[in-house]
Design a protein around this ligand. Structure first.
Ligand SMILES: [Zn+2]
Length: 364
């Protein structure tokens, strides 16, 4: 399939040669999408049957790039906890931010660097990741998300968003410190050479290992954004590339927003995050049991939530939530949509910014 040739070429350039001699992509096209799974030397995909063009092709390429990059991490770059995974008594590695988040980062940037996607496409994807990240609890660090991935299924999805955003910022910081000589790609390619399928890194010492391979300043980055939960410095870091970023742009009253994020836990809908500005009494971790008095389940959710599409700002509805085992009705109203996460590539960037941007946009 021509789609995958593109991805394999781009990956090969990113990883300095393909990491495997043989690999199978197994596609199944259905009347629904069910996602993708990776194995050591193959990956499986279930996608909706539709013409392989435009956004559909882009999406398939992107997912295949992610799954294929798992040959690098975790297959070749992992801790002993993954190398000798105990399926009976699983102990999670604190480094899932690397196996999933950095993989997601790599699968995007390798496409940018081989001209499969444009800078605008890349920034649009980053915007989507930032919007989804807003639906999750910002007080859980990437390390905690990794360690508690099984108990915090309601938050775990964010490893792919926040993990990839942090991967991107780490790359920019490394390029800045090395004056455009060594980014995250170069560190990963070295890790891949030094470790491998049969040689795990130390679960406990990996952060020190990473800092020793790079710069003392990276310790501070890890403490703040991987182990810690400090607000991500998106504007500051993209600014170094001469790309302006604004978190809040304004409010669009012609569009509606719930004002909170919804996820799944134990097959029930759960509130994953509430925007500070919304005064309706909904809280993070409330289970949503009914909408306007009618029970909502995974099976009927699409139908039960459908009425919201036609609502306007100020229109109200009642949610029955369950909190600490007790049910409670809460009147909610549709909020105006906040316009957030806008990127703008500056035409009048300084020479220094342009230099760093050019290093960032290519495989060094
Ligand atoms: Zn993955």
């Amino acid at each position: 399939m021509i789609l995958l040739e593109d991805i394999l070429t781009a990956t090969s350039q990113f990883t300095q040669g393909l990491p495997v001699n043989r690999y199978s992509f197994l596609f199944h096209f259905e009347n629904f999408s069910a996602g993708a799974w990776e194995h050591n030397l193959s990956s499986e995909y279930v996608f909706n049957e539709s013409p392989l063009e435009g956004n559909v092709a882009k999406e398939i390429k992107s997912v295949a790039a992610h799954e294929f990059y798992h040959v690098i991490t975790p297959l070749n770059i992992h801790s002993e906890l993954v190398g000798n995974f105990n399926f009976e008594k699983p102990t999670m590695s604190q480094h899932i931010w690397l196996y999933e988040g950095v993989t997601e980062w790599a699968s995007d940037i390798l496409q940018l660097r081989d001209y499969l996607i444009s800078l605008d496409d890349y920034l649009a994807d980053m915007k989507t990741k930032l919007i989804i990240n807003d639906n999750y609890d910002p007080t859980i660090s990437l390390v905690d998300l990794s360690l508690h991935s099984t108990e915090r299924q309601d938050q775990y999805g964010n490893i792919y968003q926040k993990g990839a955003i942090v991967g991107c910022l780490l790359d920019i910081r490394l390029l800045e410190l090395s004056k455009g000589k060594k980014g995250l790609r170069e560190v990963l390619n070295q890790l891949y050479k030094d470790y491998g399928v049969n040689k795990a890194f130390s679960e406990k010492d990996f952060f020190d290992d990473f800092v020793n391979r790079t710069y003392p300043e990276i310790s501070d980055f890890i403490n703040k954004y991987i182990k810690g939960t400090e607000k991500l410095p998106v504007a500051g870091y993209f600014g170094k590339l001469g790309i302006e970023y604004k978190e809040f742009v304004g409010v669009d009253s012609s569009k509606i927003s719930l004002g909170f994020g919804i996820g799944m836990k134990d097959n029930k809908f759960i509130v994953t995050r509430v925007e500070n500005s919304v005064p309706n009494g909904i809280r993070t971790l409330d289970f949503i049991i009914k909408v306007n008095g009618e029970e909502v389940t995974l099976q009927n959710a699409q139908a039960k939530f459908a009425f919201m599409k036609n609502m306007k700002v100020g229109d109200s509805f009642v949610l029955t939530i369950e909190r600490n085992g007790e049910q409670k009705d809460i009147k909610c109203s549709m909020e105006p949509r906040t316009i957030k996460h806008q990127f703008r590539v500056l035409d009048d960037a300084s020479e220094q910014q342009l230099e760093l941007r050019s290093a960032w946009m290519k495989n060094l």
